[in-house]
Design a binder for this molecule. Sequence first.
Ligand code: PGA
Length: 242
Amino acid sequence: MTAAPGLRLEVLPEGQWAETVAQALLERLVANPRLRLCLPTGDTPTPVYARLAVLDRAGRPGAWAQATAVLLDEWVGLPAGDPARCDRRITQDLLDGLAPPPRFIPIEVDGDDPEAAAARHDVAATGLDLGVLGLGMNGHIGFNEPGSRPDDPTRLVRLAVSSRDAATARYGAARTPTAGITIGVARLLEAHEVWLLVTGERKASILRRALREPEGPDCPASYLLRHRRLTVFADEAAAATL
Ligand code: PGA
């Protein structure tokens, strides 16, 4: 087993997972209304976002008003407004449900210079209070695909085949870009705190790889164990083989 003094592992019953993560996020917001956090898209965080919208309607008005949400990653090559775009998905899944929403910083992929867009987003991703991440089936975090390094900045990346396949499965082959921009592992490790959200039996073996074996570029999530304040929110199915 890998020594990871900064790791806090929260294993939760499936029925309590989203509520627990949503409540933890609201606690961070209460403690720091100007919270600057990066947020992922994907199936994993969607129930948390749905819960946050419900809690926002029921709770303290304006909880998100002073916060800043920085998008974790984005496809390159999809037109603005495309339903597969991460900025569109997080708007639908989360931001539209918050009144008012946090300030939102998308990744400006619509110009003709994605490298420059990545460099601008690297600035936006510097000094995060909280990095919220999902875990890819191949161990990626954001689009930090296998082969990524702990000192990688926010950058333009080629997507792994498995990431493209996941996009194809969800949105169809016509919408499968080969490149993306992602906040880099270096910026995530610099965040004050990092949360890794993991659910479902299909993630159990990659979660085990990330947490219980030595770090390595085959599994970029394994670098998160370097962080001094890493919380893994896993449901029981994802944590079953830890
Ligand atoms: P998922 O994706 O939440 O849709 O499983 C996670 C990821 O690939 O980063």
